[in-house]
Design a protein around this ligand. Structure first.
Ligand SMILES: *[C@@H]1O[C@H](CO)[C@@H](O)[C@H](O)[C@H]1NC(C)=O
Ligand SMILES: *[C@@H]1O[C@H](CO)[C@@H](O)[C@H](O)[C@H]1NC(C)=O
Ligand SMILES: *[C@@H]1O[C@H](CO)[C@@H](O)[C@H](O)[C@H]1NC(C)=O
Ligand SMILES: *[C@@H]1O[C@H](CO)[C@@H](O)[C@H](O)[C@H]1NC(C)=O
Ligand SMILES: *[C@@H]1O[C@H](CO)[C@@H](O)[C@H](O)[C@H]1NC(C)=O
Ligand SMILES: *[C@@H]1O[C@H](CO)[C@@H](O)[C@H](O)[C@H]1NC(C)=O
Ligand SMILES: *[C@@H]1O[C@H](CO)[C@@H](O)[C@H](O)[C@H]1NC(C)=O
Ligand SMILES: *[C@@H]1O[C@H](CO)[C@@H](O)[C@H](O)[C@H]1NC(C)=O
Length: 471
């Protein structure tokens, strides 16, 4: 259950989507012809263009056994998301039938459950990206197939010709480290994947912080200390969710011996290592620090499964359930269910506005979908119609009512005894008077309303209006 991922970041807050781990290791090969060194495949240029000084190349011979290329990380394990291979241009036939494996041993043929095998459906693409999401110590490219060389008209044994191999991880790019005091050697040297380069600082209280940038389930930490580290003092490791409260966070380790490897189970965002003393100063030289656990977005015994997308924070390492709840608008063990039952928001605990036209509002925001009930308006229909407006979505106007005052639901004037000058039509005052009489208008009005109060086939003029309405 314990998996190590090294944190590769600089203290500068740059979010790089992926890190190429290729600089953090060494390459070897089953054989190599002049030039054609295995290390050519981990040095730029990053292309398929071939010369013996920029690509690796093993012997070509019919009697050759399998050919392989192997990369070894310079530190314990690396979490590898994917690998991009750039094979020699024009030589896909030699690549045909290859295998790419993650392993923990240098053995060839590779011993691993984590191999990609060319599906043998025609010639492979000479540039391809293969996903892994797994921890390993080695990457092995392996070929035991051989190929038919058209020009030489012969079958050759397996050959490896890799121009570049990019080995990517993406965990660490989101983590930040800092040390206090700022020290004589940069803090980033503790997370550069190189055990011989170390961060260094000195003071009466020395601290080293790791910010995972997101809460994660962490099951341990390891530290590789340099020889200058003071060994007789108090060492404490704290876990917290806020950098300002780390001293009140959980204590994961407290002791007199160096915490080179500490196991625990904790959900945390910040890890703080404190080296304190009674003496005027202690020194910390930290060559590598690693945090053990699945990255916050993965679970499973080998961290290969993706947590459900709608989880709030990390998911349970075994079941993948969203144990810290869901993002707003979702519910269920794996947050697979949008809020329903006229609810929305965090934990689906908010009730949709009863003024929504449709009972179920937007499951995340609470916005009323399909508008508001008569008399209401706004994003979630909690605003009354403004003066002078009424009806569905407040889209109707009662400008004929005295002071524009009407019932915001049905538009009935508040003062039903009069309309504004220029308006008629009973309690709604919703018809402007025509400037010249027209019998058709009057008939229309009549047909439309039972509240019509005049029984005369002529349009009343402004002076007559009041008289008519108070009949
Ligand atoms: C290598 O060992 C680690 C730690 O035991 C393990 O998590 C990982 O699955 C192994 N990787 C491979 C490729 O077998
Ligand atoms: C080969 O790989 C490259 C880079 O990944 C991609 O752009 C291209 O579409 C692939 N070609 C085929 C035939 O799969
Ligand atoms: C590791 O660090 C040492 C000391 O800074 C340096 O000499 C060496 O080249 C580095 N190794 C790699 C692989 O970068
Ligand atoms: C961090 O927050 C989680 C809940 O989100 C909590 O379970 C955990 O105990 C907290 N960790 C610490 C160290 O306070
Ligand atoms: C309506 O939206 C406001 C502002 O976004 C919010 O404060 C209020 O709780 C919401 N009311 C309902 C019933 O959704
Ligand atoms: C009210 O507004 C909503 C959203 O803006 C719209 O979908 C709906 O059709 C409107 N209703 C009427 C009767 O205009
Ligand atoms: C009266 O109204 C009718 C129908 O709206 C129209 O066709 C006619 O031209 C109008 N007459 C006058 C004098 O405005
Ligand atoms: C009809 O309207 C005229 C004014 O246009 C008015 O003088 C008359 O009294 C009205 N007749 C009735 C029966 O209300």
């Amino acid at each position: 259950m314990l998996f190590v991922f090294l944190i590769h970041t600089t203290v500068i807050l740059t979010v790089i989507a992926q890190h190429n781990l290729t600089p953090y290791g060494t390459a070897s090969q089953s054989s190599h012809i002049h030039g054609g060194n295995p290390s050519n495949a981990i040095k730029p240029p990053i292309s398929n263009q071939f010369t013996l000084s920029i690509c690796s190349h093993t012997y070509v011979s019919r009697t050759n056994g399998p050919a392989w290329w192997r990369f070894k990380f310079s530190y314990t394990y690396a979490y590898i998301t994917d690998i991009t291979i750039y094979y020699r241009e024009g030589f896909a036939r030699r690549m045909d039938g290859f295998k790419l494996c993650l392993t923990n041993t240098s053995a060839t043929p590779p011993v691993s459950d984590f191999c990609y095998t060319d599906p043998n459906t025609g010639l492979p693409n000479i540039t391809q990206t293969i996903s892994f999401n797994h921890f390993a110590k080695y990457v092995i490219y392996y070929d035991d197939k051989g190929s038919y060389e058209v020009i030489a008209e012969r079958n050759d044994g397996p050959v490896v010709e890799l121009c570049y191999v990019a080995i990517n991880d993406n965990l660490a790019s989101d983590s930040l480290v800092s040390q206090s005091p700022s020290g004589s050697e940069a803090v980033s040297l503790a997370i550069d994947g190189n055990k011989t380069s170390c961060s260094r600082t000195k003071g009466s209280t020395v601290t080293f912080h790791v910010d995972l940038q997101e809460k994660g389930i962490v099951t341990g930490i390891f530290m590789i200390f340099g020889e200058h580290t003071s060994t007789v003092d108090d060492h404490t490791i704290y876990a917290s969710n806020s950098s300002s409260t780390w001293k009140s966070g959980s204590i994961l380790y407290k002791g007199k011996s160096l915490p080179t490897k500490v196991n625990f189970f904790e959900v945390l965002r910040y890890l703080t290592y404190e080296l304190a003393t009674q003496q005027p100063s202690v020194e910390l030289e930290l060559c590598e620090i690693g945090v053990i656990g699945c990255p916050p977005t993965h679970y499973g015994s080998i961290c290969t499964k993706l947590c459900p997308k709608k989880c709030q924070g990390p998911c349970d390492l075994e079941s993948g359930n969203c144990i810290f709840g869901c993002i707003n608008g979702w519910t269920g063990d794996k947050c697979e269910q949008a809020c329903n039952g006229d609810r929305y928001g965090k934990g689906c605990l908010e009730e949709c506005s009863t003024n929504c036209f449709q009972p179920q509002c937007h499951h995340v925001t609470g916005e009323c979908l399909g508008g508001c009930k008569d008399g209401w308006q706004g994003f979630n229909c909690t605003q009354k119609c403004s003066n002078g407006q009424f009806g569905t979505n407040c889209s109707e106007f009662c400008t004929g009512c005295i002071s524009d005052m009407c019932d915001r639901v049905d538009g009935l004037c508040n003062n039903i005894h009069a309309c504004k000058p220029g308006y008629v039509y009973g309690d709604y005052c919703n018809k402007e008077t025509a400037s010249t009489g027209n019998i058709s208008d009057v008939l229309n009005i009549r047909q439309l309303s039972s509240k019509m109060m005049y029984s005369n086939n002529t349009i009343p003029n402004k002076e007559q209006e009041y008289t008519i309405l108070t009949v």
